[in-house]
Design a binder for this molecule. Structure first.
Ligand code: ATP
Length: 234
């Protein structure tokens, strides 16, 4: 379980997050929604230690993490998949997966590779190919597969649907749902595509100008016409 309490962060005079408090429950997908510039990416970067919070607390299963450097997070069970599907294009698919296995320290275990290939069979077919030959959807599968190599308890996912066909997005979200239901993974999912995100999420947080304006079960947010029109764009 991830708990944020009065978390604030910014860039010089820009207040990107202001007193953000919420809990992402264990074994659930919590969607973080809101317009461009609402603070979603800053929230993920602050939770994962890539951006420094100014105040407030971040706890993962009761352990305070606000001052923990980003490179230590995988060993503590948190992995961040930033926007942009950053695969290492000069390496093979399998080498990219192996990097994910090294993130928490120690050796890459064959069973972790098997798990990634079971989850995304297309990656098994392409395991020896260079990552630059993958399509956008396959790259998104590779970065999620790479993140799961270290068996995180908490996965932070930034805009996985961006630029992908709806059919591919639905496939990726289905697989993510399976990981949550079968392995108790906790997911914080940042999305501009609120409709898709709410279709897979258990719970939703809406940010506006760095503040939480709604914190409700996904079905409640999806049924709230006023909120959808005001903040979610559908
Ligand atoms: P998007 O979907 O466009 O990425 P977002 O909801 O993720 O939007 P953030 O990228 O977190 O929002 O931005 C929150 C605020 O912080 C915005 O006002 C943005 O202009 C500002 N901001 C983000 N990154 C920087 C930066 N590196 N330097 C200065 N201001 C920034």
């Amino acid at each position: 379980m991830l708990t944020l309490d009065r978390l604030s962060a910014g860039y010089g005079p820009v207040r990107a997050l202001q007193d953000v408090s919420f809990t992402a429950a264990k074994g659930q997908i919590t969607a973080v929604l809101g317009a461009n510039g609402a603070g979603k990416t800053t929230l993920l970067r602050t939770v994962s230690g890539l951006h420094r919070a100014e105040s407030g607390t971040i706890e993962l299963d009761g352990k305070p993490l606000r001052r923990t450097p980003a490179e230590l997070m995988p060993a503590l069970g948190m992995v961040h998949v930033p926007e942009g599907r950053g695969v290492i294009t000069e390496l093979s698919v399998e080498e990219n997966l192996r990097l994910g296995g090294l993130a928490k320290g120690g050796k890459v275990r064959p069973e972790d590779l098997h798990r990634a290939y079971d989850l995304f069979p297309v990656l098994a077919d392409r395991r020896a190919g260079l990552a630059h030959t993958l399509s956008g959807g396959e790259r998104q599968m590779l970065v999620i597969g790479r993140a799961l190599m270290s068996e995180p308890r908490l996965l932070l996912l930034d805009e996985p649907s961006l630029g992908l066909a709806p059919r591919i997005v639905a496939q990726i979200f289905d697989l993510l749902r399976g990981q949550v239901d079968d392995h108790g993974l906790t997911v914080l999912l940042v999305e501009q595509n609120a409709r898709s995100a709410l279709s897979v999420a258990d719970h939703g947080i809406v940010l506006n100008l760095g503040r939480v304006v709604a914190d409700e079960p996904a079905a409640v947010l999806a049924a709230d016409d006023q909120l959808r029109h005001a903040y979610l764009g559908f």
